[in-house]
Design a protein around this ligand. Structure first.
Ligand code: HEC
Ligand code: HEC
Ligand code: HEC
Ligand code: HEC
Ligand code: HEC
Length: 390
């Protein structure tokens, strides 16, 4: 811990030097305003002393402290420890799981843009140089799994590169097209949209992250309102927390989760005193229940969902409530039909984004509604009776 803090301080001093150079146009020489020797000495300690620690003023102290206790700096998290055994992160994963991989991907380290040429050592986090990088300003668009090239400005390029998930509705479509809708198919397996997919849900139908049912229109990017239309207008970029007070300029309620503008009920409860998040959560819970019913009654192979165990959906062929095992290993669900895979995929996409209600409530509600509708037919569930609103 302590040695980490120190290494960040050293890093920080390089950063300061970095900021100075960044201000200079490529190829230009540094003007005489900054004494040359200052820029060359990468120490945060003052030149004379002795000083008491509290007298040493560390520039960027607050940013570092805020970042240090955020998820981006959490070296103990599964998102950074997952590759401990291999001791290196495969290029395709390193893009989002280490600052070094991210820089390689965007060519910010001098390499050609694209996947890192070699695996990246473990131990990296979302470090300062991921977002504080002059090269970010030159990235004009970020590619999404759907193939969309979304125009970006500045640090938004960083957030959207990593928080876009790894699949799109088209990934699902490619697997199921031409297959019989309700026939279990052992060649199908669960398609996981990955995690913290905020950027993808934020772009809505335009981003194409969800599976879009034929004949339905989907809400596009959630423009919201001008002061809260980018990632960092809500999330403090170092703590990553969302300050609630600014929301109260336009909303009422005692927490983000309690915010509601819609005067209609989407979940059939008729209750419009709760936040829109509650409608989304209720419909998501209903959808998961229907996936379970469909697996048990239409497919004939019951399914179990385990949120902390990849690939999340497991087989329970004898319906005893315990995951089936073969040679001591859990059996992933293996009787997916196209209809069920689409619904489960949309469910996972929506619930993978804990901020879905603030990132794009309309898109979340549409994906849930249409997936519920798709399962309702074979299950004999009357949509009118559910009273959902799309
Ligand atoms: C497009 C960016 C991106 C790519 C590519 C990516 N990930 Fe992730 N991954 C993320 C983000 C963002 C999270 C953080 C989710 C959270 O914990 O909030 C994450 C989380 C994880 C987690 C932690 C899940 C948990 O339960 O906490 C694992 C494990 C993981 N990824 C594995 C992989 C593997 C393996 C690959 C390569 C095959 C990969 N990721 C590629 C963005 C990505
Ligand atoms: C996830 C992206 C991200 C990471 C990682 C990050 N920053 Fe920042 N930082 C930003 C953004 C965006 C701003 C601009 C904030 C604004 O304009 O309001 C910023 C602003 C700053 C500022 C200006 C003062 C302030 O707090 O707004 C300093 C200093 C700073 N960062 C230092 C650091 C240091 C040092 C690290 C690593 C310990 C770091 N940042 C990591 C995104 C990041
Ligand atoms: C290099 C990839 C990368 C970039 C760039 C990045 N993130 Fe992240 N972000 C991650 C990973 C990985 C996690 C999960 C870390 C963990 O589980 O500790 C995460 C976690 C988060 C979280 C969840 C915090 C929590 O408590 O779980 C938020 C919010 C977030 N990022 C917002 C942002 C914003 C806003 C930006 C742009 C300023 C950004 N991220 C840029 C990879 C990235
Ligand atoms: C209107 C404000 C707003 C905007 C804009 C916004 N978010 Fe969020 N975000 C939230 C709220 C509210 C949550 C719910 C969790 C919380 O309160 O921290 C959240 C949650 C998240 C989480 C999950 C945190 C966790 O606890 O696991 C991530 C990751 C995230 N946002 C990333 C982003 C990214 C990336 C962008 C830009 C594409 C973005 N957000 C834009 C308000 C916003
Ligand atoms: C400048 C005014 C303004 C601010 C500030 C603002 N919002 Fe909003 N918010 C709106 C408007 C307008 C809508 C309706 C937008 C639409 O439906 O297209 C909305 C809609 C929402 C919704 C969906 C409500 C529903 O019933 O569909 C949520 C959730 C939300 N905002 C959360 C937040 C959070 C969280 C913050 C603070 C981080 C915030 N808003 C800050 C104006 C604002």
């Amino acid at each position: 811990m302590r040695s980490n803090v120190i290494s960040y301080l050293v890093l920080l001093s390089f950063m300061v030097a970095g900021f100075v150079t960044l201000a200079v146009a490529p190829g230009a020489t540094q003007s005489g305003t900054e004494p040359a020797e200052e820029a060359e000495v990468p120490y945060v300690l003052p030149k004379s002393g002795p000083f008491h620690p509290e007298q040493i003023n560390i520039a960027n102290n607050e940013a570092i402290a805020n970042w240090y206790r955020s998820a981006h700096a959490d070296q103990a998290a599964e998102a950074f420890r997952h590759w401990d055994e291999e001791e290196e992160i495969a290029p395709v994963c390193a893009v989002c799981h280490a600052g070094e991989g991210f820089r390689a991907f965007h060519g910010l380290d001098g390499s050609a843009p694209g996947l890192p040429a070699t695996p990246v050592p473990t131990g990296g986090v979302v470090d300062c140089g991921t977002c504080h990088n002059a090269g970010l300003a030159e990235i004009e668009a970020v590619a999404f799994p759907s193939g969309l090239m979304h125009p970006v400005q500045g640090v938004e390029a960083a957030c959207l590169t990593c928080h876009q998930g790894r699949t799109a509705g088209s990934t699902v479509a490619a697997k199921v097209t031409g297959l019989e809708e309700d026939a279990p198919n052992p060649d199908l397996s669960f398609i996981n949209p990955h995690y913290a997919t905020a950027g993808a849900t934020w772009l809505g139908g335009y981003g194409g992250a969800g599976f879009h049912f034929e004949g339905k229109a989907y809400s596009g990017r959630f423009f919201h309102a001008r002061p809260v239309s980018t990632c960092n207008s809500c999330h403090e970029p170092h703590t990553l927390e969302v300050a609630f007070e600014p929301c109260l300029t336009c909303h009422q309620g005692d927490a983000p989760e309690a915010i509601r503008i819609s005067r209609q009920s989407y979940d059939g409860s008729g209750d419009t005193s709760k936040g829109i998040k509650a409608d989304i959560d209720a419909n998501a819970a209903l959808l998961l229940d229907m996936v379970r019913d469909y697996a048990a009654t239409v497919i004939g192979v019951p399914i179990l969902y385990e949120g902390h165990r990849y690939p999340y959906f497991f087989a329970d062929a004898n319906g005893d409530g315990a995951i089936d095992e073969a040679e001591g290993k859990a059996i992933a669900y293996n009787a997916w039909s196209p209809r069920m895979l689409k619904a489960a995929y949309n469910w996972k996409l929506v619930t993978s984004d804990p901020g879905n209600f603030a990132h794009n409530p309309a898109y979340a509600l549409e994906l849930l509604h249409d997936s519920i509708e798709a399962l309702s037919g074979p299950l004999g569930v009357d949509m009118d009776e559910l009273g959902l609103l799309r």
